[in-house]
Design a protein around this ligand. Structure first.
Ligand SMILES: [Zn+2]
Length: 252
């Protein structure tokens, strides 16, 4: 059950303290190649968290999303608003501490932008260190709970589903077709596999490095947007929202 934090009066909100989980989406604002808007991660993050909360059996209080993230890898193209990681980590910790002070005992941080992963993990550790494990805090990238179902739907090989590739483009075609400029899609092959580092939404990376997002395609995408369809977007969207709802209900 979706309940928007900002739409409740304070007595109504307080009444949820014992039963509701709090959820918030951390997104970003940055280039998504020539065919998608710079707000793609925010549009997808909002749609996924709202729908997953609706599908949940338990009440889920949804906080307003955070639209700015860590995106210096995208500075080659206009449209980014990137923040330093230490500020974002402090901001995330502060939001969590407010939720704790409001009397809630469980919270989910749902990430819709890979670049946020490092500071969000640091925030989870810091909250655990300061407040213990009684406050149940979990962080995840929304696609990670649906890896098997996404793999079954995708047509691209590994390397075809990264930034603004088959997955994100399909979901935007389904959710916001008005914002997708299909005629501007630049087709390309899957990103060539590098040893120990697979550039794909579901790829494994044995090491960390900093990379600009125009190093594979100068347009800024990673993966194969030409394989995207609205029908596939519907299937991806249903998979990630159903699996995220299952995840949220599991910890009830
Ligand atoms: Zn994205």
């Amino acid at each position: 059950m979706l309940i928007r934090w900002t739409e409740l009066s304070y007595p109504d909100l307080g009444a949820y303290r014992d039963q509701a989980a709090v959820m918030i989406n951390f997104a970003s604002t940055e280039q998504h190649s020539l065919h998608l808007p710079v707000g793609t991660d925010a549009f997808l993050g909002a749609a996924v968290t709202e729908r997953a909360a609706e599908l949940c059996h338990r009440p889920v209080l949804l906080l307003p999303q955070v639209c700015f993230g860590y995106s210096p890898h995208h500075r080659f193209a206009p449209g980014y608003v990137t923040m330093p990681q230490h500020l974002l980590k402090e901001y995330a910790v502060s939001i969590c501490e407010n939720v704790i002070a409001n009397g809630f005992s469980q919270m989910f941080l749902v990430n819709s932008h890979g670049g946020n992963q490092v500071y969000l993990s640091a925030a989870v550790n810091e909250i655990g260190e300061k407040h213990g494990t009684e406050f149940q805090l979990r962080e995840l990238q929304y696609w990670d709970v649906a890896r098997e179902r996404i793999s079954a739907i995708r047509e691209s090989e590994l390397g075809g589903m990264g930034h603004a590739g088959e997955f994100e483009t399909s979901m935007m075609m389904y959710l916001r077709p008005d914002l997708v400029q299909e005629e501007k899609i630049v087709p390309c092959g899957p990103v060539a596999e590098r040893p120990w580092f697979q550039k794909d939404l579901l790829g494994s990376k044995a090491y960390q490095r900093f990379h600009r997002f125009d190093e594979d395609n100068r347009e800024g995408h990673i993966g194969q947007p030409q394989l995207a369809t609205a029908q596939k977007g519907k299937a991806f969207f249903e998979s990630v929202t159903e699996e995220l709802a299952r995840f949220l209900d599991y910890f009830d």
